[in-house]
Design a protein around this ligand. Sequence first.
Ligand code: PAF
Length: 325
Amino acid sequence: MLRIGIIGTGALASLMALRLAEQADVAMVGSWPEQLDAIEAAGLTLVEADGRSHTHSLTATDEPLLLPPVDVALVLVKSYQTATAVRRLRTLVNTDTLIVTLQNGLGNWEILAQAYGAWRVVQGVTSLGATMVRPGVVRAAGDGPINLAWAASNLFYDPFVACLRTAGFTVELVRNVQGLVWGKLAVNAAINPLTAVLQVRNGVLAEEEPLKQVMMAAARETAVVAAAQGIQLPYPDAAQRALAVAQATAQNHSSMLQDIRRGGQTEIEAICGAVIKAGQRFGVPTAVNAQLYHWVKTVEAGQPITDWRIGVGGTAVDLESYRKE
Ligand code: PAF
């Protein structure tokens, strides 16, 4: 049986651990004490979109030294924890271990590749949705494929892909991974910060015209930064794509809203922060991303947003009245 180490104990990590647990020997490594305690006490429960649920007992620990090395390490921590994940992986990785990242944002693959070698680190992207109901219980919140970069030379790559498929995931192997990463980034830059600062579900961005305009402008801006680097997105229109995702995930609380509600740090640096930096490098203005970045940073710091105006297409849009109290 394939030995899979899942680094992270959040919603997506939990969903994947549970689905893979029937096919592989899965262990979770993380630092969320309530989640580790709940899994140890009663296993992990997955509530499917149709309401059915199932529970699986799993090894979940904050001490990777207790585990033998794994064949595949699946990195699913928040982007600001990737450097910590590198340390947690130290004793889990042996000569052939494949490392796969499905994290949001830019820069994760680079950190892992620098620590463990580009040849064994595979970039992936997924639009699978999941939400923690409470520690020990995760709800599936939207299906989507897992897109993985080709890495045929690794011993464990084909068995891992087969294992994902047997577990019920749709896996697509792709060559233009940068396109996929930036494609996901454009959607995240459009949906996550706005839903987080306004405290609204994704669908609200598609329903309210001014919010829709800002969302689409952020996606468009990100697409221009990608194009300036010669990166081709996997869809023709980033703004339309963001709108479609907001509609398809209308009931979701975005991951960034969930982070803000927990009072935690967000992935804004690896999302809008990364777009702004790349924009500066390639001479592309990123005013919409910059304003969204500023708002999220303000909320992260526990400060109130005092000016809710944002410039879109030469006009200032005031978002104050769309904030959910
Ligand atoms: O980060 C998220 O929440 C998700 O990537 C997405 C697609 C925005 C849906 O909520």
